[in-house]
Design a protein around this ligand. Structure first.
Ligand code: F0G
Length: 406
């Protein structure tokens, strides 16, 4: 069994791999999985065979014998986007499309690890609060692992494709009269009381899976790192996870730098951006978060402390973008590069544009944007922002005329 400890990032308290614990029992701080890096052979990371999340099992908290709950997550494409780069005014832009994971979002990376851990612990069921994607992914992995699954969604605020997935894969879906932050607060208590394993990103095992985004980006760039990595921030788990991944490559001597971690929030839900700009250690929760990017409509991100550390320690920034800027970026990415993403994901591109305009991002930086979820997650938004299909008679002459008039 590989040795690791679960450590509180605030007071340093330690927990074992058998403990079912999400935040520190002493000080409520966030937890981190910590390996003895001197025991890890960097060659095993660099020369690993296979694809996707489990390729990097040398840096995952399991033995080689652990049976994985997997649906081939990870191994998503990293596209070079020269046309978009040109239009934004930079020279070296890449987009990693996490929407091409099996459930259509990056959450699968966290869930394959988190649900494998749930099985190892022998829990009675799994649960989460969600703005949609987490619930869709958890429902799939719970089905695969034959575990009961309970999800709490903010009523009327979850994109259609995501609810459909959670329902189809057999989760018990609760539509909560409240927002995501209410749902998370409630599900955390229920998990403690009801022997359910909590699979929101406060669970440190989730982040172990998601850190493999950093490994894939670096490997694709021949074990180099980009100057900057940009991604949307909601509950602030993914930015923390990817930073951890890059930090581990650095500790192992595989890479010699860490990209500037750059987090983008929506203007109506930006507690991390506010804390970053005010140079504060803690966020002030936003009581009524609002944005069309429903995935990141979160006012009290649970991983804010880790995210602020990631951004500051890497020399990155946090910035917000308006719903209109998100929509414009979503359309441009789809129409210029053929990459279809949901609104939250487009926040990374909108943020890039804004930071280039502000002169915060230099024109010669190598930038990787993470697009976190697939376009089809939120079809209703697409219908509301695109021109409607034109109904016509089945008459070639009519169509001929109409085509020529375009
Ligand atoms: N992008 C998408 C498409 C998401 O679904 C989420 C989070 C994020 C970005 C933000 O990631 O929370 O790690 O900062 N969705 C969660 C959910 C909250 O419930 O599906 P984060």
């Amino acid at each position: 069994m590989k040795e690791y400890e679960v450590e509180c990032i605030r007071c340093g308290a330690h927990y074992t791999k058998e403990d079912v614990v999400y935040t520190c029992r002493k000080c409520d701080g966030l937890l981190n999985i910590k390996y003895d890096y001197s025991e890890i052979d960097p060659k095993q990371v660099v020369n690993a065979k296979g694809e996707g999340v489990w390729k990097y099992r040398t840096l995952l908290p399991f033995s080689n014998e652990t049976e994985q709950v997997t649906i081939n997550e990870g191994n998503t494409p990293l596209y070079r986007c020269d046309r978009l780069a040109k239009s934004i005014g930079i020279s070296d832009l890449w987009v990693k499309h996490e929407g091409l994971n099996p459930s259509g979002s990056f959450k699968d990376r966290g869930m394959t690890v988190g649900v494998t851990k749930a099985v190892e612990l022998g829990v009675g069921g799994v649960a989460c609060a969600s703005t949609g994607n987490t619930s869709a992914s958890l429902a799939i992995f719970a089905a695969k692992a034959d575990l009961p699954c309970f999800v709490l969604l903010p009523k009327g605020k979850v994109a259609l494709g995501k609810v459909a997935q959670a329902m189809m894969h057999g989760a018990k879906v609760f539509s909560l009269r409240g927002n995501f932050d209410d749902a998370l607060r409630i599900v955390r208590v229920l998990c403690e009381e009801e022997n359910l394993y909590l699979l929101n990103s406060v669970n440190p095992y989730r982040l172990e899976g998601q850190k493999t985004i950093a490994f894939e980006v670096s490997e694709k760039l021949e074990w180099n790192v980009p100057d900057r990595l940009i991604l949307p921030v909601g509950n602030a788990g993914n930015i923390s996870a990817i930073f951890k991944g890059f930090s581990e490559l650095n500790i192992l001597g595989i890479t010699d730098e860490i990209p500037k971690m750059t987090g983008i929030q929506a203007a109506g839900a930006k507690p991390v951006v506010d804390a970053f700009k005010a140079a504060k250690a803690e966020i002030t929760p936003e009581a009524n978060p609002e944005t069309i990017a429903s995935a990141i409509r979160i006012g009290d991100p649970v991983n804010a402390a880790k995210a602020l550390h990631a951004i500051r320690d890497s020399g990155g920034v946090a910035e917000s973008v308006t719903d209109d800027e998100i929509t414009e970026a979503q359309l441009e990415l789809a129409r210029v590069e053929g990459i279809g993403v949901e609104p939250a994901s487009a926040a990374s591109i909108a943020g890039l544009k804004k930071l280039v305009e502000l002169g915060e991002i230099a024109k010669d930086e190598r930038v990787v944007c993470i697009t976190t979820g697939h376009l089809l997650k939120d079809p209703e938004r697409v219908i509301s922002i695109c021109e409607a299909p034109i109904e016509v008679d089945a008459d070639i002459n009519v169509l001929r005329k109409m085509l020529r008039a375009v």
